[in-house]
Design a protein around this ligand. Structure first.
Ligand SMILES: [Zn+2]
Length: 173
């Protein structure tokens, strides 16, 4: 996908801002429904990650220069690994990210803005030495857990001096 330019983003934000009243109400309902749906896989993933001995922070605000704090869904502070759990709807999953048929311009803009923000936040974190991992809502939990465990153990290796650090040693991350 071509990166969204800043002019394009401004244009999209304008579309989102100028949503007509009816759209706003319909939009609100879609948002509430999808927010509820999004939270389940995230909770399940957190529990599974916790069960394999990894300790993390939830909803921690990471401060990066010149922008608002970023709040990944799962944060391994010492290892500097940030995990985002992306809902298929909000983040425009190609397989399940079906957009509402009515007000399609509004929804396309809204989701494109989200995707641009995702990329932008990841880049800002990476510049600060964070490893960023994205997990789709539809991804099977065991697969997501093993990707996370892998990223955390690799981060431990890079941080130097903790050669013995593995999954279990991450208990206080
Ligand atoms: Zn999906």
């Amino acid at each position: 996908m071509t990166p969204t330019t800043s002019e394009r983003i401004l244009e999209l934000r304008e579309i989102v801002r100028n949503a007509p009243e009816a759209t706003s109400e319909a939009a609100r309902r879609v948002m509430v429904a999808n927010r509820r749906r999004d939270s389940r896989p995230e909770l399940e993933l957190r529990r599974a990650v916790h069960r394999c001995g990894l300790r993390f922070r939830v909803d921690l605000a990471i401060h990066v220069p010149d922008r608002r704090p970023i709040r990944p869904d799962i944060v391994f502070t010492r290892r500097r690994v940030a995990v985002f759990v992306d809902g298929c709807f909000w983040h425009g999953c190609v397989a399940h990210g079906t957009q509402p048929r009515s007000n399609s311009t509004y929804w396309a803009a809204k989701i494109e803005v989200n995707q641009a923000r995702d990329r932008d936040q990841a880049a800002a974190l990476e510049r600060q030495g964070w490893a960023v991992l994205r997990v789709w809502e539809h991804e099977p939990t065991p697969a997501a857990v093993s990707r996370i465990a892998e990223a955390v153990s690799q981060a431990a290796t890079w941080s130097g001096g903790r050669a013995s650090a593995g999954i279990n040693a991450a208990a206080t991350a």
